[in-house]
Design a protein around this ligand. Structure first.
Ligand code: URA
Length: 262
């Protein structure tokens, strides 16, 4: 996006807008190698190289954090070689290049986070942070208590046992049942494979929760910006020593600091 040079310099933290005008007028700024002294001159930080005293400036991109209700029939990728719809098609008015935090299958709907904050996304996706993801699953027919128990205890998939999950029956009709499954792992098609492994046929899969974030009454295709409080709360979870759970220590038995009560 084309913006006035003094605004670009101040956003890059070079100087205030007023001081930047003085720097420009002094002939210290060049755009693509050409010195610019006119104050109204515009440039685009995506495509132009802007230097001050010969040194290129870097502009931090505005951080964007979005919660999208991904509809069925969209790919959670930035490009699809087969030309299918992709989630970024839904983000009208968002200029920044955002990336999905994890994936939902083409036929899965529900809560998907997108951001241009790579460090934040990587932290959330790291298995050690064990963010809870809640799914509502509609399956054909009835679900037995034994199937619920197996799903909850962990099932054997080709890539190993699944961790214990929270599994609850939600409702039942003549032909279908809804169950809710909460997992903290994020393996490929995990919920579908878990259901298949206990003999359940998934007819609809919706992610309704990501940690404390709920899809609520959003409609497929709708999105909203996360509030700064929501972003801060998610960040705290991923920072060791923050007020969230932080990464789980695996293979380490924590010692009690105080003597157990008798
Ligand atoms: N589990 C699945 O099977 N699919 C998804 O999209 C997400 C979790």
């Amino acid at each position: 996006m084309q913006e006035r040079l003094q605004k670009i310099l101040s956003q890059a933290g070079i100087a205030s807008r007023r001081e930047s005008e003085t720097i420009i007028a002094a002939g210290r700024v060049a755009v693509n190698g050409v010195v610019v002294t006119e104050l109204g001159t515009k440039a685009d930080t995506d495509t132009d190289t802007i230097t001050v005293d010969g040194k290129p400036i870097t502009v931090a991109e505005k951080r964007v954090y979005l919660l999208l209700y991904k509809p069925v029939g969209y790919m959670t990728t930035m490009k699809d070689p087969e030309g299918r719809p992709i989630v970024s098609d839904l983000l009208k008015g968002i200029q920044e290049r955002v990336y999905p935090v994890g994936r939902l299958d083409y036929n899965t709907e529900g809560l998907l986070l997108l951001t241009n904050d790579g460090a934040f996304a990587n932290m959330l996706m790291h298995p050690s942070h064990e963010v809870d993801k809640g799914y509502l699953v509609r399956v054909s027919g009835h679900v037995s208590p034994a199937q619920i128990q197996k799903l909850a205890e962990g099932v054997k998939l080709e890539d190993g046992m699944t961790a214990p999950a929270k599994v609850l029956p939600v409702s039942e009709s003549d032909n279908n049942s809804w169950i809710s499954i909460t997992i903290h792992e994020g393996r490929y098609r995990q919920v579908r494979r878990m259901c298949e492994a206990v003999g359940l046929n998934v007819v609809r899969l919706k992610r309704s929760r990501y940690d404390f974030l709920e899809i609520g009454d959003m409609k497929p295709g709708e999105f909203r910006h996360l509030t700064s409080e929501e972003v801060a709360k998610l960040k705290r979870k991923t920072v060791p020593g923050g007020t969230g759970r932080g990464p789980r220590k695996t293979g380490v038995v924590a010692r009690r600091k105080t003597a157990p009560r008798r």
